[in-house]
Ligand binder design. Structure first.
Ligand code: AMP
Ligand code: ZN
Length: 493
């Protein structure tokens, strides 16, 4: 029996506005799609929070024994800035600014994104498709929508026909609960408005102006895809027409996810997603963290301490711990005080864990460890409630201290269960990096380098210069530089 069979999960579904019992489309398997970053600049800490929320959800589903296909895309084309003007394509703009090819911009910030996620101990998705790698699929979807009479061409661009969609009773606005009047009231005089039948129609394909260098051939002339279409194309391709979980930040609910639902329903006749999940925003100074307003901090600035907002540097593990002390659907305001409090809590937890291996075992337990372990699962089963899980982990730490002080007793079996549960939740599910393993690794690496230094010393003593040079050069190729000095040989990275 898999763990998931004894742990039914409740998920808050934005579409119904309720917590629902999670039942996957195909038993034991889960398809999960999360909108990835737009790689035209550095990801900020707010972006990291959203991706972290879904990293923990992915980790937990896997822990329960589900087979998860996790798709998180890279938006590397077609994401226009808010005014909809083609000249304001984020990639084209940034490439001018940095004097790089647009695809160099994409590569630079994709590499940065991956480095940041590694630093925070994220698991990679199982598929990471790019928008530019799926132009053909997006053109095919656009054609299909035209054939179905739900999209129309206008001056080389193609728009989704929202009025026609509603005429067929398909209900545009169901996710964000907006009606057409509200949509119209919020529509400004955007680029391309005069090409559309109605202001609420959105672009599936945009004709490229001469200045627009990211362009592809299509049946409607040279152009590029609209932003909403890529996620429909990639999620359908890898997860099917109806899959389990679609996630992203709250700010993507409208228009992005609303348009994805419309495109999916228009193409396939079925709503594409069973459970829509939205992560709340990270704020700073009480305002949403955002590149465009300048109210943001980069992950590296917090890790190195090179910023004017925080009093000191904080490690990625502490940042992760701090983020997960808030529920993913709650707003989180990041501040020096919040980080310091998290650091204290984190240290308290780690100190308790260090005592685990040396606890005295007794023939009777005075604490109910099984019930405590289940309460950790119950918290995660209730819409992935990480703050409650962390409160339970502190409770586990309290047990350790009580047993260590001889005030409570545990059998060896219960100590083993306590240890296994703490390890699973802290390291596997919350994804906090196991610094003990990390420091063990660095101790081992140091041992290996010292051994090579000794071998090189012997080689030199035997005038085996070829061997001595080989050791030095190969270490250098790995980024480890040997330095010969009066005191012997040392090394730097
Ligand atoms: P973007 O690269 O702008 O498409 O954003 C990538 C992801 O980060 C999206 O899911 C956004 O919803 C999310 N996001 C953007 N700003 C914030 C923020 N301040 N807090 C949390 N998530 C955010
Ligand atoms: Zn998306």
């Amino acid at each position: 029996m898999s763990l998931y069979q004894s742990n039914p999960i409740k998920v808050y579904n934005t579409l119904s506005g309720e917590k629902e019992t999670f039942i996957p489309v195909h038993e034991g398997n889960i398809g999960m799609y999360v909108c990835g970053p737009t790689v035209y600049s550095h990801v900020h800490l707010g972006n990291v929070r959203t991706f972290m929320s879904f990293d923990v959800i992915y980790r937990y589903l896997q822990h329960l024994g589900y087979n998860v296909r996790y798709v998180r895309n890279i938006t590397d084309a077609g994401h226009l800035t808010d005014d909809g003007n083609v000249e304001n394509d984020r990639f084209v703009k940034q490439s001018r600014l940095e004097k790089l090819e647009p695809m160099e911009v994409v590569q630079k910030y994709t590499v940065y994104f991956h480095k940041v996620l590694d630093l925070f101990n994220f698991l990679p998705p199982t598929i990471e498709p790019t928008a530019t790698g799926h132009i053909v699929e997006q053109i095919e979807l656009t054609q299909k929508l035209i054939e179905k009479g739900l999209a129309y061409e206008s001056q080389g661009s193609v728009y989704f026909d929202v009025e026609e969609y509603n005429k067929r009773g398909l209900n545009y606005g169901e996710l964000s609960n907006r009606n057409i009047d509200e949509l119209l009231a919020n529509t400004r005089d955007l680029d391309g408005q005069n090409e559309k039948k109605n202001p609420q129609d959105f672009a599936l394909w945009k004709a490229a102006s001469p200045a627009h260098i990211m362009r592809w051939n299509s049946p409607w002339g040279e152009g590029f895809p609209g932003w909403h279409l890529e996620c429909t194309a990639m999620s359908t391709k890898y997860l099917g027409e109806n899959f389990d979980i679609h996630g992203g930040g709250m700010d993507l609910k409208f228009p992005h996810h609303e348009c994805e639902i419309a495109q999916g329903k228009a193409c396939n006749g079925t709503s594409p997603v069973k459970y829509w999940m939205h992560a709340n925003m990270l704020t700073m100074n009480g305002l949403r963290m955002s590149k465009s307003t300048g109210n943001f901090i980069l992950p590296m600035e917090l890790i190195t301490g090179e910023n004017t907002f925080f009093e000191k540097a904080f490690s990625p593990s502490i940042i992760r711990f701090c983020f997960l002390q808030a529920h993913y659907r709650s707003e989180l305001d990041i501040s020096n005080d919040a980080m310091v409090a998290s650091e204290k809590g984190y240290t308290r937890l780690m100190e308790a864990i260090k005592l685990l291996d040396n606890l005295q075992t007794k023939s009777q337990s005075s604490l109910d460890i099984k019930a405590w372990a289940q309460s950790c699962y119950d918290a995660m089963n209730d819409d992935f409630n990480t703050p409650i899980v962390i409160a339970q982990l502190f409770e586990g730490a309290r047990y350790i201290n009580l047993v260590n002080d001889g005030k409570e007793t545990l059998t060896s079996e219960d100590i083993a269960l306590l240890k296994q549960t703490l390890n699973s939740f802290i390291f596997d599910i919350l994804g906090i990096e196991n610094t003990q393993t990390a420091s063990n690794h660095s101790e081992k690496l140091n041992g290996v380098i010292q051994m090579l230094i000794e071998m090189r010393k012997d080689a030199r003593a035997n005038k085996n210069w070829a061997m001595s040079d080989q050791i030095r050069d190969q270490l250098l190729a790995l980024g480890i530089q040997l330095k010969d000095g009066k005191e012997g040989t040392s090394y730097t990275y």
